[in-house]
Ligand binder design. Structure first.
Ligand code: ADP
Length: 613
């Protein structure tokens, strides 16, 4: 910079000196023609002395001015930029304001026109906002509503619940929903569903959205009432079925029992014996129908509880085949069982599986006229579980393809002609399906019309080591040499006679009592080896009588084994018998073999022994 100034100063000084010397020459020599006055050296020195500092000073000033000018233009530029920036920001702010106004308008539009009402409260409970839609919900305007005390719209109990619910809300956590009754401005009752959420953030406001659910609630109440009515009707149906089957069993008991007694008589002519046989078969069929109807209605109501116990599939298959073999032979059919010897014992409801297998087998025999029926059993082990598959294959009439899907439906029979020819209720397979489904198993059929059918089921159940002794137990009958004294407490004269007729040939002395009171008295007075107790009796019933006997303090009567003999066969009814102090349960119609087995098992033991095993 200094160098520039010096150079420029030198240039200007040189120029001034040259001009001064030129002027000196022109004026003194050329114009004045006075050479004596021409003094170039003096002019050089004087002009240098004057022009040098002057040029330097002018140069410096010019330089200062230029600098000032540059600074000034810099400031002006900055100012311009600042103005532009301010302008840009103002435009942005205006834009944001427009957008804010628009979104505010939209929010307001939404809030004002929502069917739900929105409420915002501060953490301290101060109402910050309430959407005008509250009027649509409650009839009160926002102003009216705000003036009402917070608990004016709900019952005190619900208000307490809401307060507790709000207290438990976590900021930013799950909203909670509560439905409550409220009162509309016009006095009518309305149902409101409110959703409460505590907002995340420092403020932690409470957001409440509410909607009217009166119509939905009405529907819900109607549905609940309808459900209750349906449940009551189902319970009434169940009770009716239980009563009806009880009433049916009582006469059936006499028919089946005496037909059995008569059939064993040697004095009947061949024709009469055949007729008695027909009566017995028909009444047994009727008993199956009664049992099926009761069973199905209970399964349909979901009322059957499974009772998984150790059970041996081998024993199940052998005993079912044993039961059906007679029927198969009578039709000239060959019944074969194919089961591996090493089948493991499983923890499952054996009696229910037996019921399914028996149903498959009796159908197979019923619907097969020539050829045979085969039972196949397979067990696949998988750790401590076993998969059991049982198949019953027959060479019978088969089922048409379009009828296959329906055979497991209730009251479904492949076709009317079949049902006329073979009889049946169409309930057996429906019951079987429900049993297997309740065990989470699978059931199915493969069949071709005219070629036979294969019905199968598969269940998965835990394996167990235990040998199911009860299933392997051989039935024992009473020892004729051992005198047994038995008390039968039974109000129905025919049943009393039937039991006597069944037991007396075995040397069993049967005393009878007509009701619970007489039964308790007889036990108090006499020494019995066993009491057979009916349940439904006029006056004192069998359960009360049993409790009275068990409560006796004198004599050995209180320890006499008591076996229920009743048409009350539902599981809870059996459980009631045991809970009252009975030792065993025999269902009616009486199965003579089971009756004799029970007499042999219990006579001579005492109740305490029985209870301990
Ligand atoms: P039911 O045998 O009492 O009529 P099920 O529910 O046991 O009732 O059987 C329903 C229908 O399925 C039967 O009526 C019959 O038409 C058909 N069905 C069942 N098992 C067989 C079979 N092994 N062969 C041919 N049809 C069968």
């Amino acid at each position: 910079m200094l160098r520039d100034t010096i150079i420029r100063t030198a240039k200007v000084t040189a120029l001034v000196v040259c001009v001064a010397m030129a002027m000196d020459y022109i004026v003194n020599i050329l114009i004045m023609k006075h050479p004596a006055a021409y003094s170039p050296w003096a002019t050089l020195v004087i002009s240098t002395i004057i022009a040098g500092p002057l040029a330097y000073s002018l140069n410096s000033q010019k330089h200062g001015l230029l600098k000032l000018q540059a600074e000034l233009s810099g400031t002006l530029q900055a100012k311009q930029l600042a103005i532009e920036e301010v302008e840009r920001r103002r435009a942005e702010a205006e834009d944001a304001l427009v957008r804010l106004r628009e979104s505010d308008r939209l929010y307001r539009l939404l809030a004002d026109n929502l069917t739900d009402s929105i409420n915002l409260f501060s953490r301290s409970g101060k109402r910050l906002y309430m959407s005008p839609s509250i009027e649509k919900l409650t009839g009160f305007t926002t102003e009216e509503y705000m003036q009402r005390p917070a608990n004016a719209n709900v019952s005190p109990e619900n208000f307490e619940r809401i307060v507790a619910l709000v207290r438990d809300l976590v900021p930013g956590g799950e909203p909670r929903v509560f439905e409550y009754e409220s009162v509309h401005k016009d006095g009518s009752v309305i149902w409101i569903e409110s959703t409460y959420s505590r907002l995340a953030g420092e403020e932690g406001e409470l957001l409440v959205t509410s909607r009217v659910t009166t119509e939905r609630k009405k529907l819900e109440i109607e549905l609940t009432n309808a459900l209750e009515a349906a449940q009551t009707a189902a319970a009434a149906k169940s009770d009716f079925l239980a009563n009806m089957t009880h009433e049916l069993r009582t006469p059936l008991n006499a028919i089946i029992g005496f037909a059995g007694v008569l059939r064993g008589s040697s004095t009947l002519s061949e024709r009469d014996a055949r007729h008695v046989g027909l009566i017995q078969d028909a009444s047994n069929t009727l008993l199956t129908v009664v049992n099926d109807v009761l069973d199905f209605s209970r399964l349909e109501a979901g009322g059957v509880e499974l009772d998984p116990q150790p059970f041996d599939p081998r024993v199940m298959v052998a005993s079912c085949a044993g039961l059906i073999d007679g029927q198969a032979r009578a039709k000239g059919l060959v019944l074969q069982v194919s089961a591996p010897d090493d089948l493991r014992v499983m923890q499952a409801d054996g009696p229910r599986l037996t019921q399914v297998l028996l149903n498959f087998l009796s159908n197979a025999v019923k619907f097969t006229n020539s050829g045979g029926v085969t039972v196949n059993v397979r067990q696949v082990l998988d750790g401590d579980q076993g998969l059991l598959r049982v198949e019953v294959t027959d060479t019978g009439i088969g089922i048409a393809e379009h009828q296959l899907d329906g055979v497991f439906d209730r009251f479904s029979q492949a076709d009317a002609a079949v049902s006329r020819r073979f009889g049946g209720t169409g309930l057996g397979l429906a019951i079987s399906r429900r049993i297997i489904e309740q065990m989470d198993g699978e059931i199915g059929v493969d069949s071709r019309e005219g070629e036979g059918s294969r019905f199968w089921f598969e269940i998965r159940a835990p394996l167990c080591e235990l040998a199911p002794e009860t299933l392997l137990e051989e039935p024992t009958l009473p020892d004729p040499d051992q005198a047994v004294r038995l008390l039968l407490v039974e109000d129905n004269a025919v049943n009393r006679e039937l039991v006597r007729t069944l037991l007396e040939p075995f040397g069993i002395g049967v005393d009878t009592a007509n009701d619970g009171v007489a039964g308790v008295e007889a036990v108090r007075q006499g020494q019995y080896d066993l009491v057979l107790m009916d349940i439904q009796m006029p006056g004192m019933d069998g359960l009360t009588a049993t409790r009275r006997i068990r409560a006796m303090t004198e004599g050995a009567g209180s320890r006499t084994p008591i076996v229920a003999m009743t048409a009350n066969v539902l599981p809870e009814q059996v459980a009631n018998c045991l809970a009252a102090g009975m030792d065993d349960h025999l269902g009616k119609p009486i199965n003579p073999t089971k009756l004799l087995e029970a007499v042999a098992r219990w006579s001579g033991r005492s109740h305490v022994e029985a209870a301990t095993g």
